[in-house]
Design a protein around this ligand. Structure first.
Ligand code: ADP
Ligand code: MG
Length: 233
């Protein structure tokens, strides 16, 4: 099986804060891989490191079995790690055209991706009129324009109402069913259980569990630990 991302003994300090400690896991092609942990457990730091926007302190990671340099590999990675940010007075479609221009992608995928995220009917609406859920869905469409091998999402359902949460989770499942590997950071156990095939559970920067979601869910001891950590159940 093709390995998409391998992380080995990653540690990160921000001054005196040990944000990650000896974190190792690997993501195979087709996995829907969760990083599950409460606030401050190191999820975003892990994503920042593999996206080359945060420096690791020690340890290493490699994309696609190390077959290419990080900056080449990152062209095959779609990521949404911040709140969606587009031009407010441009329409959804215009914003995606701009992304295509900046990234030298042709416009041919715009229609398909708008459809995938359920925004075809709103393609001529200005971004400023979108709800948070619609903004998040536009960001997903944007990240998929160049058909990345893997889509990385950092807490994509935060702040959404139940319907918005449901829509995003369904879209993630649909993207995964089309063969795109997913890496999803979440503090919600039920989200990981509903969406992910595999998971690494972090607490205070250390791995509590990694493996299949089914095996995690079957392990009652884990639930005790997570309840004590205030992981939303
Ligand atoms: P999560 O995404 O799971 O909430 P983070 O990776 O954001 O966790 O944070 C892990 C730890 O590192 C936390 O204690 C957080 O306060 C700290 N941290 C994150 N980013 C920085 C930063 N830029 N400077 C200092 N500390 C940081
Ligand atoms: Mg975070």
């Amino acid at each position: 099986m093709e390995t998409i991302l391998t992380i080995e003994n990653l540690s990160k300090r921000y001054g005196r804060i040990q944000a990650l400690k000896n974190v190792s896991f690997s993501i195979q092609k087709g996995h829907v891989y969760g990083i599950l942990g409460p606030n401050g457990s190191g999820k975003s730091t892990t994503l920042g490191i593999v996206l080359n926007v945060v420096n690791e302190t020690t340890g290493s990671y490699k994309w696609f079995d190390g077959k290419m340099q990080t900056h080449e590999a990152l062209k095959k990675v779609g990521a949404i790690i911040e709140r969606p940010n587009f031009y407010p007075y441009m329409t959804a479609e215009e914003n995606l055209k701009l992304v295509c221009k900046i990234k030298s992608i042709n416009y041919s995928k715009i229609e398909e991706k708008l459809d995938l995220v359920g925004l075809t009917e709103r393609k001529n609406s200005k971004f400023s009129t979108f709800s948070l859920g619609m903004k998040q869905r536009l960001a997903i469409a944007s990240a998929l324009l160049n058909d990345p091998e893997i889509l990385i999402l950092d807490e994509p359902t935060n702040g959404l109402d139940p319907q918005g949460i449901h829509q995003i989770r369904d879209i993630i499942k649909e993207i995964a069913s089309q063969g795109t590997t997913i890496l999803l950071a979440s503090h919600l156990l039920d989200e990981v259980e509903k969406v992910c095939s595999h998971v690494v559970v972090l607490r205070k920067g250390e791995i509590l569990y990694s493996g299949s979601v089914d095996a995690m869910s079957a392990n009652e001891g884990f639930f005790e630990i997570s309840a004590n950590d205030n992981l939303a159940l």
